[in-house]
Design a protein around this ligand. Structure first.
Ligand code: CA
Length: 230
């Protein structure tokens, strides 16, 4: 799933862009200031950036220049003024495309797709290793990014909850005792008892199950342990 960063101070526009991009299966983050956007763009791995020109703290020209010093991902610049586009071109900041507000969300999505496709051809498929994904019915576990999506919605998991869920999901239909799970997920020397496993299973269920009294994913095998149902 491609990740897109929107740097846009107008909340309504940013949200609209996000909604449309998410409908096209992109994963989207928003920053409302240039400064914050630049930091996130450099810290995390995005596949494309949508960058507004007029921003508080640091404007889009500066943000674009600074991102370009370190990253070659596509940058789509957005501006309310047609004149700005000539300026962006003239400055040779390395933006890949320009859109003038107002634009239709579908046009934005089309441009984003085109640039991502071009960029992927350019860098080659091998340059960007695919994330290691475990997918069972409505649950998608991105092992590389350590993120979990339930019916498309991201849920937050603690390290141990994530490890436990991933372990069970990677070994579906296999019944594990609490002792086995404890040994696998917590290191041997850690202080704790197997009741920790029960507590973690409960927390995981609250995040992945629609009805925790009738679990559809992690099944309790009474007197034995747990099993991830396929
Ligand atoms: Ca703006």
């Amino acid at each position: 799933m491609s990740r897109i960063l929107i740097i846009e101070d107008e909340v309504a526009i940013a949200d609209l862009e996000k909604d449309y991009l998410e409908l096209s299966d992109f994963q989207v983050e928003i920053c409302h200031t240039g400064d914050e956007g630049l930091k996130l763009a450099l810290k995390e791995n995005f596949d494309l950036i949508i960058l507004d020109l007029m921003l508080p703290e640091m404007d889009g020209f500066e943000v674009c220049k600074k991102i370009r010093e370190q990253k070659n991902i596509p940058i789509l610049m957005v501006s309310a003024k047609k004149d700005d586009i000539d300026k962006i071109r003239g400055l040779g900041l390395g933006a890949d495309d320009y859109l003038t507000k107002p634009f239709s969300p579908s046009e934005l999505v089309a441009r984003v797709k085109a640039h991502l496709a071009r960029y992927e051809r350019l860098v080659g498929v091998n340059a960007k290793p695919r994330n290691d994904i475990v997918e069972i019915r409505g649950i998608r576990i991105d092992k590389t990014a350590r993120r979990v999506y339930v019916e498309g919605k991201e849920k937050t998991f603690t390290t141990k909850e994530f490890d436990l869920l991933t372990f069970l999901a990677e070994n579906p239909n296999h019944v594990f005792t609490k002792e086995e799970l404890f040994r696998h997920i917590w290191d041997m020397d850690s202080i704790g008892d197997i009741a920790t496993v029960t507590v973690h299973i409960k927390k995981i269920r609250e995040k992945i199950e629609t009805d925790t009294s009738k679990p559809q994913y992690i099944e309790t095998i009474w007197g034995v342990g747990y099993r991830f149902k396929v």
